[in-house]
Design a binder for this molecule. Structure first.
Ligand SMILES: [Zn+2]
Length: 271
């Protein structure tokens, strides 16, 4: 009898916590939006696709073989805000028009704010290789960090768990774990240079160079090299800074002999 009342009390606490927290109202908005999108993807395709000049099919035939489109990139950010709570707030205000799938606190707490199959609004105007709509193709992960701090161990540990889950669930290629600064070099610098890309690469998320490297041929064009890796080279100076931040933890301008050597090595190793 005592046991039953204990469980009843627990249930009451959980129910209370679920129904009475600061995001109750915005969670309702989330659910309404999900309903709208579900009705969109549930629509039966029309029999007349284009216009009168193309004859319609006599009836609709739905295939029986299909799945859901999956994300193929993971974009890592720093929030550039004071704390996780501030970011949660930002991502639930319609006027900000920004969001991410996951927010990871410096204490390692993980908030998943958006189902992986939905399109977040974290990348903005960006490019990687020939992929221009990065939001449609990626999962966005925001790390609570004001942009000038090192990343906490607990936060990185949680990040690695989330990345492992995403890589496995969606079969995301190793090369496709990149930073916001990589895909938007003229606008963004996150995650900041302190982010442990080398550690991530050792765990299978993102590329990394060899310790022992060949001499770079003088004719090696590092701008083409950056383009081959994925960088948008419209602004070559910004692309070089983005590359150096990621692979050399260096935020200065201009390509260096070491930068060329690492880029040449990456190109040879992976492309
Ligand atoms: Zn960002």
């Amino acid at each position: 009898m005592k046991k039953i009342s204990f469980f009843a009390a627990c249930l009451t606490v959980i129910t209370f916590a679920c129904n009475n927290h600061p995001y109750k109202a915005t969670n309702k908005v989330y659910k309404q939006q999900v309903k709208q999108y579900l009705s969109t993807i549930g629509e039966i395709p029309p029999i007349s696709i284009l216009n009168d000049t193309i004859p319609p099919s006599p009836y609709w035939v739905g295939t029986t073989n299909f799945g859901i489109r999956k994300p193929s990139y993971v974009i890592i950010h720093h929030t550039a805000q004071h704390n996780t709570e501030q970011t949660l707030k930002t991502f639930t205000l319609p006027r900000t028009a920004v969001s991410a799938h996951y927010v990871i606190g410096s204490d390692g707490k993980v908030f998943q704010m958006l189902n992986d199959y939905f399109r977040g609004q974290h990348a903005g105007v960006s490019r990687w290789g020939n992929q221009l709509d990065m939001n449609s193709a990626s999962i966005g992960i925001e790390l609570d960090n004001n942009g000038f701090e090192y990343f906490e161990q607990a936060q990185i540990n949680s990040l690695l768990v989330v990345l492992g889950k995403l890589k496995k669930n969606y079969n995301i290629p190793t090369a496709n774990f990149i930073g916001h600064g990589d895909i938007a070099p003229t606008r963004k610098n996150d995650p900041n240079w302190r982010f442990p890309w080398k550690l991530l690469a050792e765990k299978g998320f993102g590329l990394w160079y060899d310790e022992v490297r060949d001499t770079v041929p003088t004719q090696f064009n590092h701008i083409t090299g950056l383009r081959i890796v994925g960088y948008d080279i419209k602004d070559t100076s910004a692309a070089i800074v983005a590359f150096k931040r990621h692979f050399l933890q260096d935020t200065t301008k201009g390509m260096t002999p070491l930068g060329r050597e690492i880029l040449f090595n990456l190109q040879k190793k992976y492309f």
